[in-house]
Design a protein around this ligand. Sequence first.
Ligand code: SF4
Length: 684
Amino acid sequence: MNADAIKSLPGRYCNSLTEYSRFVTREVHIGDVPMGGNNPIRIQSMTTTDTMDTIGTVEQSIRMINAGCEYVRITAPSIKEAQNLAEIKKQLRARGYTAPLVADIHFTPNAAEVAARIVEKVRVNPGNYADKKKFDQIDYTDAEYQAELERIYQKFSPLVKVCKEYGTAMRIGTNHGSLSDRIMSRYGDTPQGMVESAMEFMRICEMLNYYELVISMKSSNPQVMVQAYRLLVETMVAEGMNYPLHLGVTEAGDGEDGRIKSAVGIGTLLEDGLGDTVRVSLTEEPEAEAPVAIALVQRYALRAKGERPKVKGNDGEEKNLSPLTFNLSPAHDPYSYKKRETYEANAFIGGHMVPRVVVDLSHSNLKDPAVLNDAGYIYSPLLDKYQMGEQSVDFVYLADALPSFTFPGNLKQLYNYPTWQKLADKTLCHPVFTLPEYIAAEDRTSALNLVRIKSSDVESDEFGSITLDKSLVFVLETDELHGMADQRTFFFKMEELGLDVPVIIKRSYSLKSEVGSLKSAPDETTEDLRLRTQNLQLYASTDLGALLVDGFGDGIWIDAPGIETKVITSTAFGILQATRSRISKTEYISCPSCGRTLFDLMITTQMIRSRTSHLKGLKIGIMGCIVNGPGEMADADYGYVGSGTDKVTLYRGKEAVKKNINSANALDELIGIIKEDGNWIEQV
Ligand code: SF4
């Protein structure tokens, strides 16, 4: 199906683009914890221990369950690990833990068939269940392709029959990085290929009257991941399916970057009412993942629940499959990225410029030049000069506060209009108007005029009398609980009206409903502060990321009173990096580790980061095993992959260029390859 065919389908990918409405899926039975339907969005994670280490795996599973995991996934690379799942399950149940277990399978149908008799759910990767990856490009005729599907049926149907017999659920989990050569040859490395990869397996399950399915479409690139899930929903609906969705961004990395990347991908889909279970993949201890997933999901408990009427499916069962309806702008394609076209204002914002970053310094100490350090301008008292970095903000908002020092020559300052009017020297200073102020203003001599606006203002008479010239930039605000959809509505209205005014998306995190976890308290502990900061990062990444993924926004402004400016600055740049709209640092695609891992991923990631974090724009994959690693790191420029005990294989793109080298020298060798390619710069 080509893009035009997809666009002409009657339904699209969610119930509504403009208000919160959960896409109600079929309920799937997984032990005592059903998923989908009107069940809560479930939380899950995966162990990192060796599956043959029964006690270690049991104890780690317990820590994960205590942290909030409702399902525990454990890798089963071969039959012996699959068999040991019985012992792990027995010991967990003996200790009173009933969370359903999920066996993670790659390449080994025989292990899957053993595991499916033991645990409550198995996960298979359609990219490697029936195929071995050789990176071959093969031109299949339709008859040959059909013969391949028949071969897959023969390999996969025994597992489906076991699952049916034992009441075991199954996740068909496609990964962007591990599509089979067959899918790659026909569909390429695309969201459509990912969807088709899963659909082939789903159709076989339905042929065998097996419906206990959960589906995932993971990628380390949030944009690809979002597009694939959307396309999956549309394709499922067109074929009369509504299986629950397992959401995740693979190899998201660690710390702030891992959280931001996960929230951009997972949060964007949750905003559209998609998702029945969430796994956040961090290169950290697995018990660190559930609290992040819970924070992402709990926001939606506050939002209205939507449900579509039920209809009877082919199997005679009731499904929620009424036609999807929403008012999608004809210019908007949810399955591919296209930046909204805007004019360039003041040769600085909009057009082909990268999205700009605004931070609010109006409550900071504007007598101290070092106050700009947190906005990315490092002040040297000795030289009385500022040094700019890759994460230096573009605008500071000072409201009505006047600084008592001179700002760097390239940093634009924003003032409220009445204060701006009174400035003696307006160089690099620009006014921020309310809509009525802008309409009434007589002296708009600034080259850049920013006007605060809300989605509902577009319907007002005032909006109709606005003067449109190329100095105008909107600052889009919202008071709505489902603010992302409210702001997206504004962009649709702008498209409808044919207005190409650049827009800075502003989100303010002092809304009453969310204030609980973002407000500081006098007796705040370090842990409270960490959680508050984490929540801000997750919320902002969801709300702003969801719009940026769709190509909306010429700038972002995170307003979060009580959160340090340096956190706001790094969060803003992190969101732009995760949405690939502005690259300001090295990207690490590091796997979360599992029972296959051949080195300590956390320590190795930190070690690699410490020497390469200045290589802006490079993507470095850090993978724990050679079985899945090369496939999983998808679009990395370089790869550092565990290939044996103390052995590492280095990749340039998809090509293994140094095999099984000693891990003690591996980082130096990697840097050598980067230097050979001319991609190395010395750290200053
Ligand atoms: S790449 Fe990492 S998470 Fe994936 S199977 Fe290998 S070690 Fe496990």
